[in-house]
Design a protein around this ligand. Structure first.
Ligand code: UDX
Length: 438
């Protein structure tokens, strides 16, 4: 099929590459000429495992191309996917101006029937607005349908998430448009759920909010575990073994971050408020997430008495492993707070240092070339992102590098017993303090 993706960011680019991989002919549109130039040169502007190879392969096979021209995109695709950003506004509600602008542009170039699919995460009822806008600005008599098809890809595993999805949600109001979008997904052989547009839009916010709720639930449990001497890892295992609960998203830590959860939860709260049906449970999810970082910092302060001038190593800056993304990263907020209290921070991240160097806090910290270099002369080590490579650092070498042996493990990555055996005091999340045994 001939497909067009408007917006070549994280979602648009990965979706375009995966559609091309299964045989579709895809045009990706982006209004940033520099980005299009980079993509045409075979480079991708983000770190995402497997994506660059997929883009190169499909560009070479002439199934994937990039352009700045929306007109070219609208002419090419039978189905036009909108994948532009929907950033948050200061009150948490979603800024839909990019969606509205694309809808107007599509209307301007629409000459014959097209299905316009909204892939961006949008508030319920946005599809109705998109249809209204295209009708208003389009040529009279030109037919189109609007469909909602939310994406559920995770950064770091975006390609496998897209190639082997748990489910495809298609929300549409006509058989013709639903059949066309179903055809797009046929090669993926995944379960398809067909709904009306509003339900599909709601599914996205409801899914992300539920996942965030699971994280806040286990994080709230972690505080109770610390107060009672229980181990949150065991408690999570015990409840997760119940199939109705499930093991995923029960990892206690510093809380959720990234470009999706904080924004989507705030948006869902705003949407529910606007609908006159406040979702107060989600406000508590947000509060617990914030509290988790606050109490982690309080425990560091408590251990040191005074944080000013303490040399602290921070391992991990990305909002989660396998990505270079530092947007709304809890690790970055943590570093900012430590710096604000006068701590001297030396940070290391396997992939996210380049992006972190562009942030305002970068001028107040040093960046190390390895985990051990960051720990050199440090009075404490904080693990802020659970990169697998941190587990292979030699604890004896780490102990020798550090001035004082304390590990604050914000992601429960290190084995507390091993750390204690190598002479560390270990403080995880929801596991109490393990004193040194060396
Ligand atoms: C998320 C959704 O998973 C995805 O379906 C949606 O399309 C976009 O938002 P992503 O933001 O890439 O994906 O990251 P995810 O893997 O879901 O992690 C989000 C945050 O939660 C990270 O900061 C992670 O560290 C944290 N997390 C996750 C936990 O603290 N504990 C867990 O058990 C799982």
């Amino acid at each position: 099929m001939k497909l067009t993706i408007i917006g070549s960011g994280y979602v648009g680019l990965t979706t375009g590459a995966c559609f091309a991989e299964v045989g579709h002919h895809v045009v990706c549109v982006d209004n940033d000429p520099k980005k299009v130039e980079t993509l045409l040169a075979g480079q991708i502007p983000i770190y995402e495992p497997g994506l660059e190879a997929l883009v190169k392969k499909n560009v070479a096979a002439r199934r994937l191309r990039f352009t700045t021209s929306t007109e070219e995109g609208v002419n090419h695709g039978e189905v036009l996917f909108i994948a532009v950003p929907t950033p948050p506004q200061p009150d948490g509600s979603v800024d839909l101006s990019f969606i509205e602008k694309v809808a107007r542009e599509i209307a301007q170039f629409l000459e014959s029937y097209r299905v316009i699919v909204d892939k961006s995460t949008v508030p319920v009822k946005t599809g109705e607005r998109v249809a209204q806008t295209i009708r208003r600005y389009g040529k009279p008599g030109v037919e189109f349908d609007v469909v909602s098809n939310p994406e559920f890809l995770r950064e770091g595993s975006a390609v496998p998430d897209l190639m082997k999805p748990d489910r495809i949600v298609i929300g549409g109001n006509t058989d013709r448009s639903i059949a066309l979008v179903q055809k797009v997904y046929e090669p993926f052989a995944a379960p398809v759920l067909v709904t009306d547009i509003n339900s599909a839009e709601l599914i996205k916010h409801a899914a992300n909010s539920f996942l965030a709720l699971k994280i806040s639930y286990v994080n709230a449990l972690s505080e109770i575990c610390e107060a009672s001497g229980a181990d949150v890892l065991k408690v999570a295992e015990g409840i997760g073994a119940d199939k109705r609960i499930g093991r995923e998203f029960l990892k206690a830590g510093l809380g959720y971050g990234g470009s999706c959860f904080p924004k989507d939860i705030a948006a869902f709260i705003a949407i529910a408020d606007q609908l006159g049906t406040p979702f107060t449970l989600l406000k508590e999810v947000q509060r617990i997430n914030q509290h988790q970082l606050d109490r982690f910092i309080a425990s560091i302060r408590e251990a040191f008495w005074v944080l000013k001038d303490k040399k602290i190593a921070v391992w991990g800056l990305a909002f989660k492993p396998n990505t270079d993304d530092v947007r709304s990263s809890v690790a970055i907020t943590l570093v900012e707070k430590l710096v604000a209290e006068g701590a001297i921070v030396s940070a290391y991240d396997p992939k996210a240092m380049e992006k972190a160097k562009a942030l305002p806090v970068a001028s107040s910290i040093t960046f190390a070339a390895s985990p051990l270099e960051a720990a050199q002369g440090a009075e404490a080590l904080i693990i802020a992102t659970e990169w697998p490579e941190f587990t292979s650092v030699d604890l004896a070498e780490l102990r020798a590098a550090m001035l004082a042996p304390i590990i604050f493990d914000g992601r429960n990555l290190i084995d507390p017993t091993a750390a204690a055996d190598f002479g560390f005091q270990y403080r995880g999340i929801g596991r109490g303090v393990v004193e040194t045994r060396a």
